[in-house]
Design a protein around this ligand. Structure first.
Ligand code: BGC
Length: 514
């Protein structure tokens, strides 16, 4: 106990609130630091090695207008061919682990592999054959894919993730108001984002913008979509897809636990995402209730089934008639179906209660305190039921600016500051709340294909020079991580660094003007 108190005091003395001064040495022994990518976003080589066609090939090639810059992942960052160079760079920076996904349409891997089975690249033939995740037929196919991976790679892979962000796949593909989806049913944008009071909205990719998550629960509208076969029923589709994803997860976990885990000795979990939802007016009971419901409809939707085998009470109540509760057998399969849980955390927002349409929310804030508050909320709500947690994604994007040289674009002080602050609040949660967090993965290792934002959005700590042979350069954030992971704290002030950024912006404007 005294040791924890000493560590806490020493960390607090290091200006914990803004992260300056902390290093990996402040985190508990064995804490994992990694970076992440996903197959379609970085691999390229989409026609090599017998790979099949995925839904993202179809979307980007058949309807390039759905991607901001009309791009696709055919070449992406060519990680398929250059992974050795990339692993070397990760080692050079001092990371312990690499979070990546196995391309389901491709059927792949020293770092500790943290492997995702489903990071949204469903084989297109399954989408065409039975509507993909809209049909429970997908469960057997997913288990077959998962078993092949366990069998082939389970001797080396000790951390399996069944699904990445089922919420995003579900809500962004099967509710109105977003153009994220291959089969987005409508272009009618129902978001009602108010401007943020704290720093404004960053250049968030479209699927990171807040949505009126509750609205689709009460609509009965049916829209036919001729892009993909399958039923498009706005009142129920998202719940059906979310349900099938959970059943895929539970079936894959059951298979791993009964056939592989005892001799492969790995762990299996799920990666969920959630912003922290603050009540807009903390004195309003309605806003307080709405913010809790918003967490249920984002995180609880998938977390409670894998913990307890059931949806959150608020979902069953508000989406009654549209959401199908789990059968007894399904509940048994789902309850406790995680050895660990991953949380992808980017931003927080404010929620306000609206009567019509009921219960909408808005406003994005960038907030490292949100990470701490979120963990505190989870700890209070789920207590000892909360399994060990990994922060499986955290990061911030820059808008691609073609007028910048690679060197200029590598001056990413906003990202350095973002990581400093988020790691500081994560450390605070570990030390003050004794939250069992076992690792942190920066998203992303390198700039990559950001889904429907294409290459317009750069999330990497490694810069990819798309027009000069995909050369990799370390951004300042990569150098910051290298120092941090080596145990040397960064001491230069974030403000001084931002000045460097401003100078470089001025230089680029000058170049454009001449
Ligand atoms: C996804 C990544 C994505 C990142 C940034 C997460 O939703 O898992 O694939 O690139 O956020 O938007």
């Amino acid at each position: 106990m005294q040791a924890i108190v000493d560590t806490l005091n020493s960390a607090l003395n290091k200006n914990l609130q803004d992260g300056r001064g902390i290093t990996r040495a402040d985190f508990p022994d064995g804490f994992v630091f990694g970076t992440g990518t996903s197959s379609y976003q970085v691999e390229g080589a989409t026609t090599e090695g017998g790979r099949g066609i995925g839904v993202w090939d179809d979307l980007t090639l058949r309807t390039p207008n759905k991607v901001a810059d009309g791009s696709n992942g055919i070449i992406a960052c060519d990680v398929y061919h250059r992974y050795k160079e990339d692993i070397r760079l990760m080692k050079q920076m001092g990371f312990d682990s690499y979070r990546f996904s196995i391309s389901w349409p491709r059927i792949l891997p020293g770092m500790t592999p943290f492997v995702t089975l489903f990071h949204w690249d469903l084989p297109n033939c399954l989408q065409l054959e039975y509507g993909g995740m809209l049909s429970d037929q997908v469960v057997n196919d997913f288990v077959e894919f998962a078993e092949l991976c366990f069998k082939e790679f389970g001797d080396r892979v000790k951390f399996w993730t069944t699904l990445n962000e089922p919420w995003t796949y579900t809500v962004m593909l099967y509710t109105p108001g977003d153009d994220f989806a291959p089969n987005d049913p409508t272009s009618n944008d129902s978001t009602n984002v108010q401007s943020s009071s704290q720093g404004g909205q960053r250049n968030l990719p479209s699927h990171r913008l807040p949505k009126k998550v509750r609205q689709f629960a009460s609509t009965n509208q049916t829209i036919n979509d001729n892009v993909f076969p399958g039923k498009i029923d706005l009142a129920t589709d998202a719940y059906t897809v979310g349900r099938n994803l959970l059943l895929c997860h539970s079936a894959a976990v059951q298979s791993y636990r009964t056939k592989f885990q005892m001799y492969q000795n790995g762990q299996i979990g799920i990666v969920l995402n959630s912003s922290y939802h603050y009540p807009f007016d903390s004195n309003s009971q309605d806003d307080q209730d709405a913010s809790k419901r918003a967490i249920d409809f984002m995180l609880g939707w998938f977390l409670e089934p894998v913990l307890y085998g059931q949806y959150p009470e608020s979902m069953l109540q508000y989406a009654k008639g549209n959401i199908v509760p789990f059968s007894e057998d399904e509940q048994k399969g789902l309850a406790g179906s995680v050895d660990w849980v991953g949380l992808n955390y980017y931003t927080s927002d404010f929620v306000t209660y609206e009567k019509s349409p009921p219960d909408c929310f808005a406003m994005v804030v960038d907030s490292s305190t949100g990470l701490y508050d979120h963990l505190q909320y989870l700890q209070n709500k789920y207590k000892q039921d909360m399994p060990p947690l990994y922060i499986t994604e955290n990061g911030v994007a820059d808008q691609n600016d073609p007028s910048l040289t690679a060197k200029e674009a590598c001056v990413d002080e906003t990202r350095v500051q973002y990581y400093q602050e988020h790691l500081a609040y994560l450390l605070k949660a570990i030390l003050e709340l004794a939250f069992d967090v076992r690792g942190f993965f920066a998203w992303s290792y390198c700039d990559n294909f950001e889904w429907t934002s294409g290459y317009t959005s750069r999330f990497g700590i490694i810069y990819i020079d798309y027009i000069n042979g995909l050369t990799r350069y370390m951004k300042n954030s990569a150098l910051w991580f290298a120092n941090f992971l080596r145990g040397s704290a960064t001491t230069s002030s974030a403000l001084e660094k931002r000045q460097v950024e401003k100078d470089s912006e001025r230089a680029s404007k000058k170049r454009k003007a001449t």
